[in-house]
Design a protein around this ligand. Structure first.
Ligand SMILES: [Zn+2]
Length: 176
């Protein structure tokens, strides 16, 4: 997992018991935290860090869009993303991620990389199926040129053995 100093919060440096950090994540973030899930993005991240007797609570609010590839026409489009996650930081012997919402850090380390968790939460926030949203007139918002190219490709493919993924795609396109 990639780490980056720009998004590290050192708990010993917190001035208040509760502090809020806000980031506008654009090219710089998405050049560091690259993923096969997206091409780029623009996300407003608001993270509230609260000290508690038994650890630290981090409250993540992530809103914006991620540029993803459409499952139907294979063109890129901005997919709206909005998610809220809470991360509990516990103190222990060594750093260990118990699950997406619980992490153990040592007293010496006493910090977390917000970027790493923002990255994970964005991956979780993306829908399994990603297609262009419908237009106001109810038609599919897909790129017609891309669909046309794909249709030609499927026709040539059909003479050979069929790939179930293409069959699925063709069914979808026939509906439109
Ligand atoms: Zn599309």
């Amino acid at each position: 997992m990639k780490k980056h100093g720009a998004y590290v919060v050192r708990f010993s440096e917190l001035k208040e018991d509760t502090e809020t950090f806000e980031y506008i994540l654009e090219e710089t973030f998405f050049q560091i935290f690259t993923s096969p899930e997206w091409e780029s993005g623009k996300i407003r991240a608001v993270v509230t860090v609260a000290k508690r007797a038994d650890g630290i609570t981090l409250d993540f609010d992530l809103n914006g869009e991620l540029t993803v590839i459409c499952d139907r026409c294979l063109d890129a489009f901005p997919n709206k993303v909005s998610t809220h996650q809470v991360l509990f930081v516990k103190y222990g012997q060594e750093e260990e991620e118990l699950d997406a919402n619980v992490v153990v850090v040592s007293r010496e380390e006493n910090q977390v990389d917000l970027g790493r968790f923002i990255y994970e939460y964005l991956v979780l926030a993306l829908p399994v199926r990603r297609v262009h949203p419908e237009l106001e007139n109810g038609h599919a918002g897909c790129n017609p040129e891309m669909l046309e190219k794909l249709k030609k490709h499927i026709v040539t493919e059909e003479t050979g053995s069929t790939d179930p993924r293409w069959d699925e795609l063709k069914k979808l396109m026939d509906k439109n």
